[in-house]
Design a protein around this ligand. Structure first.
Ligand SMILES: Nc1ncnc2c1ncn2[C@@H]1O[C@H](COP(=O)(O)OP(=O)(O)OP(=O)(O)O)[C@@H](O)[C@H]1O
Ligand SMILES: [Mg+2]
Length: 264
């Protein structure tokens, strides 16, 4: 049984009266306990694609077609699928007027006393210190790295079987970035959730995901084992992505593909 099957998913927005197709007929699947990365240049439709997994009330797109099956059942017919989201801005995902602990407790379906205990143990599970103090903090009182840990704790509270992480470490400094990466790895070994990771950070993709999808102008242009795809990118847009990442990680020479974006 596959965990996730996305079939000919198209998503469009209405932009000044015009129809803008952000995702065109995306088809892919994800096995249980598999991690899949989605990479692609800015504006290629990655976040729009992730948006299709949000509950209908939280979605922003104008038109959506195709289908998503989660554990072989139509996703949009399930009001509470075990799917959690981690976004780039850890603060935006939280309610600024509500204490951390209460936001976490809302995701726990147990009685009040058990919820408090569970919330503390979840804060502990994501390696936050002084959990009683953090329980009573408001989001603005914590660092971004701590807030991203809180978001991960909320995903755990929901017993998520799939975590969709859209640039989870981009807003964090390099050390925190690394800490969040190892936290996700540790938790995954323990909890066994699958991960759909959207990231520009190819080193992160390589570490976490055995398989990668490349998007370009709303379409999936390449898909394969991460190692093979990074070693032998076929599409010019993929080559450009990898060359740019290589430039920033080694700072050796300018990427050879320096054509303007529209040429790719
Ligand atoms: N709410 C919206 N209304 C109108 N157009 C949108 C909206 N959100 C995204 N788009 C458009 O859809 C296309 C895809 O955007 P999307 O945010 O999905 O790209 P992305 O791959 O996530 O980019 P990035 O890597 O910069 O986050 C872009 O042309 C963008 O302008
Ligand atoms: Mg995005």
């Amino acid at each position: 049984m596959t965990l996730l099957r996305v079939d000919r998913l198209s998503i469009s927005y209405s932009d000044k009266g015009k129809n803008l197709e952000a995702v065109s007929t995306a088809t892919f699947s994800l096995a249980f306990h598999e991690n899949l990365a989605i990479v692609g240049e800015s504006g290629s439709g990655k976040t729009s694609l992730a948006g299709a997994f949000l509950p209908p009330k939280a979605r922003r797109e104008k038109k959506i077609s195709g289908s998503i099956y989660f554990k072989e059942k139509p996703l949009w017919e399930d009001p509470y699928p075990p799917i959690a989201f981690i976004f780039q801005d850890p603060q935006a995902a939280l309610d600024p007027t509500m204490k951390i602990g209460h936001q976490l407790a809302e995701a726990i379906f147990e009685n009040k006393k058990a919820r408090y205990r569970k919330a503390l143990s979840l804060l502990d599970e994501v390696f936050l210190p002084n959990v009683e103090r953090i329980f009573h903090c408001y989001p603005h009182e914590l660092s971004r790295g701590m807030l991203q840990r809180v978001n991960i704790a909320i995903a755990l509270a929901k017993n998520a079987e799939l975590i969709i992480a859209d640039e989870p470490t981009t807003a964090l400094d390099i050390t925190t970035n690394y800490q969040i990466l190892s936290l996700l790895q540790t938790l995954q070994e323990k909890r066994g959730f699958s991960l759909l990771l959207i990231s520009h950070h190819l080193a992160l993709v390589r570490t976490l995901c055995a398989r990668t999808i490349v998007m370009h102008q709303g379409r999936i242009i390449e898909e394969g084992k991460t190692e093979d795809l990074f070693a032998h990118p076929r599409h010019p847009a993929t080559q450009k992505l990898i060359a740019s990442a290589h430039f920033f990680s080694h700072n050796k020479e300018l990427p050879s593909t320096t054509q303007p974006l529209e040429a790719l």
